[in-house]
Design a protein around this ligand. Sequence first.
Ligand code: IPE
Ligand code: IPE
Ligand code: MG
Length: 278
Amino acid sequence: MTWTEELATSENRHVQQMLRDTGRMPRHVAIIMDGNGRWAQERGRPRIDGHREGMESVRAVVKTSSQLGIKYLTLYAFSIENWKRPLPEVRFLMSLLESYLRKEVDELHANGVRIRTIGKTNALPKSVQRVLKESIDRTAENEGLTLTLALSYGARWDILRAVQVLAMDVRRGKVSPEDLTEETISDYLQTSFMPDPDLIIRTSGEIRLSNFLLWEAAYAELYVTEDLWPDFRSPDLYRALTDYVMRERRFGKISAQVRSDHSATTMSTLERILNALT
Ligand code: IPE
Ligand code: IPE
Ligand code: MG
């Protein structure tokens, strides 16, 4: 059974329909999945148990995002700074990633998910690089959700890399400095294939970006929840999305310039969404 078929009989279908009916769903949701270690520590268990449980949240969030028709989901899975963690934890995270891809790629593929990555992926172990490449190639033609895994990723790393390539193109006469625009910068970043994130969710209550999508996040709505990542499941995603669709994105303008006329119906819909969740 595909995820869409599953949804038809699921109690989630009402809340998903209500969210879609607002006509304000984000195209791109990016998540800083934080708090695995604390989740495990709270239970007196080793940190890796938190990472393992966090994978269940990944499964849930990917499936729900796909059902909701979200086009881009970007998950911050391993930062370039995370290499500084104790080696056993890094090794465990790498093996978890490999086993996630091996186990899930069939189901992801069957549901039209396209897998991509951003980050310094050549720093990953060869076996991980291999399974990543297989998953990316296999799902390359899919047109459903684009699931981007940020692996060994750092926004400053990507900006620096982009500037280096751009500088070389200037030297070769391919680009002239006078013609540079904001779009040029976006095009040189690894994220060039995706729209800027509309919503960035961070779990575990930390209010920072930790070197995630710095250029791209210029106008993203930020949503921070106290929930630790292993506790973040579909209802929590609905809550974040409800919060998002209720916001007014002004992009520097004033409220009267951006206010849409569907506010009354939207508000009553949103009330129903919130009631359905609590
Ligand atoms: C997020 O959880 C997972 C990764 C960064 C890989 P953490 O491992 O950072 O968990 P905390 O923040 O220590 O609780
Ligand atoms: C951010 O979490 C990176 C990922 C979620 C992969 P961290 O736990 O590494 O962030 P800091 O160091 O607390 O900011
Ligand atoms: Mg953390």
